[in-house]
Design a protein around this ligand. Structure first.
Ligand code: DMJ
Length: 574
């Protein structure tokens, strides 16, 4: 092909490329014009549609960010009114009564306490499931309370409060399917009431699950024959299968004061929740009987005759065998909404506090305040760690006095708490012994030197912190917790110490370590709205029982339905 023919072919190709831009091309071809128009309309619609969508999204995004801002403001407002709450506590909102803000240190500390609970509980699950208590060194279970799953029941509410839901559910299943009270076992009426009845009622109040109430009723019914005595003051031991009651041989036939006067909270609560008054009547009769001969100083000896209702010449103490009788006088008054119906309890308690004040002495040289024990007219300068519940009790009851007295009682509570804290600080392990002697010029010296993971001091620190807002009590509690971590934590759980001076360990994880010690420590670092003291009263094993608000302010039995409504679980409250 020659040069001229190649050039004419290329010019015709180029003209065919540009012909689509020439309007005349389309005028001659109407179908193509229509197609072009259609493509143009579609493209324009697409662009318009995208732009509208973008505009709509922008409006939506603006609206949402405005809502986010409003929610942030509401959250801030809620935080400043109620204190910030850790949703991991249970994933539920809680009633609030006091304004004490949460802070990062508290959050960190309660997580550490929760870790401790997880360690204690999972060790129990692994090595002692269904038994009363775990022996962490030998990694096995022991049935110290007749095989009623004491640790499991004692732990229910702690698990619930800490938001350990899976663990709680596993324990709930065991209660529903394996807990059997029909045992040929001579049980302590006191221990069974405070741990088992109290633990089940608390689990019921928190979860609303009726299985706990049914079981509480079952065991309480088995305990009831213990009150069938001439005075209504109970025998302290009963066979769970055949209902035969008796007192321990070593009391010489007497009933023990604390064992006989520490069932009122649980039995009153049970009557309220079942509508059956019999529990209330049995427990109240004890107090009415003791009130007949109640002395002006409100102090009773630890041995009481169930036949005559009078005390024998035995020790008066706020420690072992006396302690929780005094505690329950105050707490029944709180449980009963502080009304006329329960005024007797407050009056008796105030008398007893006069008695307590008469037993108070100060050590030399450091002026530690302590509560003596009394035998006849003789005072012994000895105080049990068990009596360290008293600072908390005094603080809790101080509000019912006129202002000047209230201040005096609160300040006594604070002095006693300082002494109890020093029971811990004065030993090489920083854990308290079982009791202390105060000798002139020597301040405190440990007597019985074991530590069995008891809760009383941290219990008092919890009340004092709640009621005064003084963070010093949290610091003291944290120091005690660290000493437990250092000395008592072992691979298989937590153990007590045979001797707080040497740190030699024992082989027992007491159920009250999970029920009380860890619970009070956790609450010490939680917002005050978590188990508010306006809504709950703790039994002596630290099981919170909901205070039922009565319309008429009376302590009458309520139906289950009324309780459920007053519990307010539907609103997700505690
Ligand atoms: C618990 O069982 C109760 O707190 C009781 O009132 C006293 N003893 C233990 C804890 O130390």
């Amino acid at each position: 092909m020659g040069r001229s023919s190649r050039s004419s072919a290329s010019s015709s190709l180029s003209s065919s490329k540009w012909r689509y831009c020439n309007p005349a091309y389309y005028l001659k071809r109407p179908k193509r014009l229509a197609l072009l128009f259609f493509v143009f309309v579609c493209a324009s619609f697409l662009v318009w549609d995208r732009q509208t969508l973008v505009r709509e999204h922008e409006v939506e995004v603006d609206k949402l960010s405005e809502e986010v801002n409003q929610l942030k403001l509401m959250l801030e407002e809620l935080k400043s009114t109620h204190g910030d709450e850790d949703s991991s506590v249970s994933g539920k909102s809680k009633l609030t009564s006091k304004v004490l803000p949460d802070d990062p240190v508290d959050i960190h500390r309660r997580e550490k306490v929760k870790d401790a609970m997880i360690h204690a509980w999972s060790s129990y699950e692994k090595y002692a499931w269904g038994h009363d208590e775990l022996q962490p060194q030998t990694k096995d279970g022991v049935d110290s309370f007749g095989g009623l799953g004491a640790t499991l029941i004692d732990s229910l509410d702690t698990l619930y409060i800490m938001g350990l839901d899976e663990q709680f559910q596993r324990a709930r299943e065991w209660v529903a399917t394996s807990l059997d009270f029909n045992k040929d076992y001579d049980a302590s009426v006191f221990e069974t009431t405070i741990r088992v009845v109290g633990g089940l009622l608390s689990a019921y109040d928190l979860s609303g699950d009726k299985v706990f109430l049914d079981k509480a009723k079952d065991i309480a019914d088995r305990l009831l024959p213990a009150w069938d005595t001439p005075t209504g003051i109970p025998y302290n031991i009963i066979n769970l299968e055949n209902g035969n009651p008796h007192n321990p041989g070593w009391t010489g036939g007497s009933s023990i004061l604390a064992d006989s006067g520490t069932e009122q909270l649980e039995f009153f609560a049970l009557s309220q929740r079942t509508g059956d008054q019999k529990y209330h009547q049995k427990a109240e009769r004890v107090i009415l009987e003791l009130n007949k001969t109640f002395p002006a100083d409100g102090l009773l000896p630890i041995y009481i005759s169930p036949d005559s209702g009078t005390g024998s010449s035995s020790t008066i103490t706020f420690g072992a065998m006396g302690d929780s009788f005094y505690e329950y006088l105050l707490k029944v008054w709180i449980q009963g909404n502080k009304t006329g119906a329960v005024k007797l309890y407050r009056d008796m308690w105030e008398k007893s506090m006069k008695g307590l004040v008469s037993l108070v002495r100060r050590s030399t040289p450091s002026s530690f305040t302590y509560i003596c024990e009394k035998s006849g007219d003789w005072l012994t300068d000895k105080m049990d760690e068990l009596a360290c519940f008293a600072p908390g009790m005094l603080a809790l009851g101080s509000a019912g006095y006129e202002p000047a007295e209230s201040e005096r009682i609160l300040s006594l509570a604070e002095e006693l708490a300082w002494t109890c804290y020093n029971f811990y600080q004065s030993t090489p392990t920083k854990l308290a012994g079982e009791n202390y002697f105060f000798r002139s010029g020597e301040d405190m010296s440990v007597g019985t030197s074991w530590n069995i993971l008891r809760p009383e001091t941290v219990e008092s620190l919890f009340y004092l912190w709640r009621l005064t807002g003084n963070k010093t009590y949290q610091e003291w509690g944290w120091n005690i917790f660290q000493a437990f971590e250092k000395n008592s934590r072992v691979e298989g759980g937590y153990v007590g110490l045979k001797d707080v001076n040497t740190g030699i360990k024992d082989n027992m994880m007491q159920s009250f370590f999970l029920a009380e010690t860890l619970k009070y420590l956790y609450l010490l670092f939680s917002p005050t709205s978590v188990i508010s003291l306006d809504e709950w009263v703790f039994n002596t094993e630290a099981h919170p029982l909901r205070i039922v608000k009565h319309q008429d302010g009376q302590m009458n039995a309520q139906t289950d339905d009324k309780i459920t409504r007053s519990r307010g679980r539907k609103e997700g409250q505690w």
